[in-house]
Ligand binder design. Structure first.
Ligand SMILES: [Zn+2]
Length: 201
């Protein structure tokens, strides 16, 4: 409940900050106070960066990665192995794999995981586009880098079914990866090893 003595502009800022993942009302208030104290070094540049990102960053039309160019910088890299596509739930997972140098092929970002409980069905994810890419002549392997949660497994099984007939081998990491964006918590050696020792899905 908004405190009566907080002005509407500040309350609105706090309410919006509280919508960030990991920020509850209490930490949103703290963040808002910090921003007001650091008005010129942080608050104004942040406001500008938010507008710029909102205007310029979009999903890559090939892989779904976020970038200000389309196709994205990863898809533009000529040296990448076009025969292997690594499927991830979210862009944070792509970043983690890149940071670990674990994958030298292409990527495909699903935009989430199938979840009957949360009402996320195949139509909500970038699955049709993946099947289309898998049918392209150059692609021989699809690596599923999905979490070993119930939703991750459900999604992996669904994708494996959809990819039957695409003439590609479907593999998965030897070790299940943590939930979306939290691939970061696996150290780089573990990620690289999980990629190297991947096995049929
Ligand atoms: Zn891309």
């Amino acid at each position: 409940m908004p405190a009566a003595n907080i002005g509407p502009e500040l309350q609105r800022l706090i309410d919006l900050l509280a919508r960030m993942p990991g920020l509850g009302p209490r930490s949103a208030k703290r963040a808002a106070l910090h921003l007001l104290k650091k008005r010129d070094p942080v608050m104004r540049p942040l406001a500008f960066a938010l507008i710029e990102a909102a205007d310029k960053v979009s999903a890559c039309s090939i892989c779904g990665n976020w970038d200000s160019i389309d196709p994205c910088a990863v898809c533009r890299e000529q040296t990448r192995d076009e025969s292997v596509i690594c499927v991830v739930a979210d862009v944070g997972d792509l970043w983690a794999l890149e940071r670990a140098g674990a994958h030298k092929g292409r990527y495909h970002v699903l935009g989430g995981l199938l979840s009957p409980l949360d009402g996320i069905s195949p139509g909500d994810l970038s699955i049709g586009a993946l099947v289309e890419r898998a049918r392209a002549e150059k692609v021989s392997e699809i690596v599923l880098a999905l979490p070993s949660t119930v939703d991750g497994q459900t999604t992996a099984h669904y994708l494996a079914d959809q990819l039957i007939g695409a003439d590609v081998s479907v593999t998965r990491l030897s070790q299940g990866v943590p939930v979306g964006g939290e691939l970061d918590y696996l150290d780089e050696g573990t990620l690289a090893a999980a990629m190297k020792t991947r096995r049929p899905a």
